[in-house]
Ligand binder design. Sequence first.
Ligand SMILES: [Mg+2]
Length: 362
Amino acid sequence: MPDQNPDQNNNDYPSNLTPLYVLGEFGLIDRLTSDIKLYHKETLKGVGDDAAVIDAGEKVMLLSTDLLVEGIHFDMVYTPLKHLGYKAAVVNISDIAAMNGIPKQLTVSVAASSRFSVEALDELYRGIKLACERYKVDLVGGDTSSSNKGLIISVSILGEAEKEEVVYRSGARPNDLICVSGDLGSAYMGLLLLEREKKVFQVNPDMQPELEGFDYQVGRQLKPEARTDIRETLKKLGIKPTSMIDISDGLASETLHLCKQSGTGCRLYEDKIPINPETRELSMEFKIIPSVAALSGGEDYELLFTVSQNDYEKIKGAEGISIIGHMTDASEGKAMVTADNKEIALTAQGWDGMKNDEPGRL
Ligand SMILES: [Mg+2]
């Protein structure tokens, strides 16, 4: 899950030490995990995909974990605890869906400061249990602790897949079609709307939040769903994706992950990116290019995947799935073709041409 409020302003570092923000999240993961030794032949895939893959005889087990920290990943001012519990479970379930697996069991660990009551944690668990019911996942353990400040939630999940059905990030080949489920950018616009109304409320507590007409966007931010249905949809169409990832950090970042792990380049087409009409309207109101909300926003928890060109006839009419581009040879680079037919290098922040001032502002 992307950080909504990274603290990059700590200037008190001794000169021989490196502040965390210098490496960034992915740089830090690379550094901490580059020399990990694996001791068991059952560990088929360690760090580097949506979930680890472990040989379990006829099937494989999938294992993933996620951490949510108050003030970084969520804001208690506008996040109901029940929604938060639901989301904490869903973001993990989504990682299993991204491996083309079936989520089965999860554990929940919570650290809460004295600001939180027993009833508050009841509410958090009500949300977690609701997600477990909706996705048929068993809550099988966890840990609780107090925290000096705020609320911290860590969820780990186990999933299962047939050996030949697991989909990695690394399987895409040049000319494969890049597809995405649902629509993108709504969760981010929901977040901006909630942040705006929070500011209004802080200035004048008598003001009621103006969220009307944007239930979908606010819902996508506070109570996302995992696309566990896509596995079945693709199976019925007779398609096995060549690579797959879930969209937690934004379309651009996730596409770059698939390219990096598969050793390909890509072309995305801006006018093919599925964006909800109200999300488009809301982006314009916030003076943000709608495709930037999709490319850089994140937290949509849709699935981004590639399929072979040979499957074009099977996938082209599939409801709720959009073909948004194709993989290329690595030498052709990673780019998006804009609506006015310009090629722009794809970067994790959206695209290079937007570096000046605030990214993606109109
Ligand atoms: Mg993921």
